[in-house]
Write a protein that binds this ligand. Structure first.
Ligand SMILES: [Fe+2]
Length: 225
């Protein structure tokens, strides 16, 4: 998929979901940091980055009045929101996408280890590994990003998020993924992502994984110096 198409899709998701460019950057950078920790090869890291950037692409097809509804969702509305996983998967297939890393992460990032997730109710090892890790990253980011109702931000929010992730180990999340992510956080290697790419700071446009790598390097240097 060309960087232009990725950029256009990412922009459309942001507008549609009222999410921020910073959210996309953070989940991509957490994904890269985790993959680098495992010593995964460069090509696979690029594919995982693309999958992270496009994980919610199916939301483009969810009606605004449901996606942006401020109050509680009805059961039917919740089902429609959940369909962003299959809609995203189908959209990518229609575009000719064949990479299983990308297709699996987009379809399965809301599965739960105990089989109570969606869309396919997969459990345990049946959930693709990338999706098992990404579920942890996506939840961590949701719990640590700036929200009107959240008073805790930064490290306090991160510590609380890690406790929540640990509480979900074995039912919601894959224990190994929570453990590796928690260890990585405590090593300090994720601090710069949490602090530098906060929702109030303007970030450059998403272009390509290669550009992310060089931006990430610059941000890392700025954070340490
Ligand atoms: Fe999602």
């Amino acid at each position: 998929m060309s960087p232009d198409i990725v950029q256009a899709l990412v922009k459309t998701i942001e507008l549609k979901d009222l999410s921020t460019a910073a959210h996309t950057w953070r989940v991509v950078l957490y994904t890269r940091a985790l993959a680098e920790e495992f010593g995964i090869d460069h090509n696979t890291i690029e594919r995982l980055s693309l999958a992270a950037a496009l994980h919610d692409v199916g939301k483009v097809e969810i009606p605004d009045q449901i996606l942006q509804k401020p109050g509680k969702l009805t059961d039917d509305e919740f089902k429609i929101i959940q369909s962003h996983t299959t809609l995203g998967h189908e959209r990518l297939v229609r575009m000719g996408e064949e990479d299983p890393i990308l297709l699996n992460l987009v379809r399965h990032h809301h599965e739960r280890l105990d089989g109570k997730g969606y869309p396919d109710g997969l459990s345990g090892d049946a959930i693709p590994v990338g999706a098992r890790y990404f579920a942890v990253i996506d939840s961590f980011d949701a719990m640590t990003s700036v929200r009107p109702y959240r008073h805790e931000v930064g490290e306090d929010a991160a510590e609380r998020a890690l406790i929540e992730l640990q509480a979900g180990m074995g039912n919601r999340y894959w224990p190994e993924a929570v453990e590796v992510f928690t260890k990585l956080y405590h090593s300090g290697k994720l601090n710069w992502i949490l602090h530098y790419f906060n929702d109030q700071c303007p970030v450059p446009e998403f272009k390509s994984a290669a550009e992310i790598a060089s931006e990430a390097q610059a941000a890392r240097r700025a954070a340490s110096g």
